[in-house]
Design a protein around this ligand. Structure first.
Ligand code: BV8
Length: 230
């Protein structure tokens, strides 16, 4: 199916970065994950309630990502420049593995932006992440340049993700529980347009029903074999 396809898209989630030691939303690796509910922390309400706590939660996640290295799955995907990368992950591991263009539907944890959307946007040092800071515009605080629960996705990024998933002949669904919308809807969109759906996950889940082929296993074991040689 992959060898016959000219247009392949990979739609990935936290399971792609889990082997690099980056905590997922589902099976917390302990620490910050067990103490705080990501649904609360990654929301405007949570930020309004306790902005310092939210920025400390992001600082812990940023340090974890700063200490992480791209894994064999990231590298296998980077080796296939013919595959379009659409990811829910906000980390920079696909980029660091060599992917030039990653469509990040839920934003980018390696940068902060003005919460009042004045336009200010700055990269942060993942190894020494900032805490709560005022935006230079003086009207609001800086917060991670990610999409929180209850926030709209970036329209331009979303339309690129929709195009990549509606025009592909094969959609790889790698390491996602497929429960967060509208992102998870990309799988059905691809299926409706006739794409072959290949799900790679350590367990069966919401994406299983859409799978034409379901490969149960870790991305670091499955993807290098699946993708070797363009
Ligand atoms: C919005 C950034 C509207 C932040 C994230 C229906 C339609 C539209 C919206 C909704 C809807 N129903 C509900 C909603 C609201 C909500 C939503 O979907 N809620 C869910 C929980 C029900 N959606 C939203 O709020 C979205 N916005 O709808 O806006 C709007 C419109 C106009 C104007 C205003 C508003 C925004 C959602 C984005 C939230 N932000 N991330 C941050 O990171 O801090 S979501 C975040 O969680 C991730 O980005 C990702 O999307 C999600 C986690 O999911 P996964 O990636 O799948 O990871 P998870 O941990 O769950 O699972 C890991 C998987 O990997 C597992 O399957 C595991 O088995 C597997 N795995 C583990 N290890 C491996 C592995 N697989 C293979 N190999 C391994 N080694």
């Amino acid at each position: 199916m992959i060898d016959l396809a000219d247009r392949i898209t990979c739609f990935s989630g936290a399971g792609l970065s889990a082997p690099s030691g980056v905590g997922t939303f589902r099976d917390p690796t302990g620490g910050w994950w067990t103490k705080y509910d990501p649904m609360r922390m990654a929301s405007p309400q949570g930020f309004a309630e306790d902005p310092t706590l939210v920025m400390d939660w992001y600082a812990a996640r940023r340090q974890q990502i700063g200490a992480a290295e791209p894994n064999a799955a990231h590298l296998a995907l980077a080796g296939r420049t013919d595959i379009i990368q659409v990811t829910q992950n906000t980390d920079d591991l696909l980029r660091r593995a060599g992917c030039e263009d990653v469509i990040q539907v839920h934003g980018d944890i390696t940068a902060d932006r003005c919460h009042a959307r004045c336009g200010h946007h700055e990269t942060v040092d993942l190894t020494d992440p900032p805490g709560l800071r005022e935006c230079p515009c003086g009207r609001s605080s800086l917060r991670p340049a990610v999409v929180w629960f209850g926030e709209a996705l970036d329209a331009e990024i979303w339309s690129r993700a929709e195009a990549a998933c509606s025009q592909c002949q094969v959609l790889l669904v790698a390491g996602t529980e497929a429960t967060v919308y509208p992102a998870a809807g990309l799988i059905e969109l691809a299926k409706r347009q006739g794409a072959g759906i290949i799900v790679i996950n350590t367990n069966r889940n919401a994406a299983s029903d859409s799978a034409d082929i379901e490969l149960i296993g870790s991305v670091v074991d499955v993807l290098p074999d699946l993708l070797d040689g363009a």
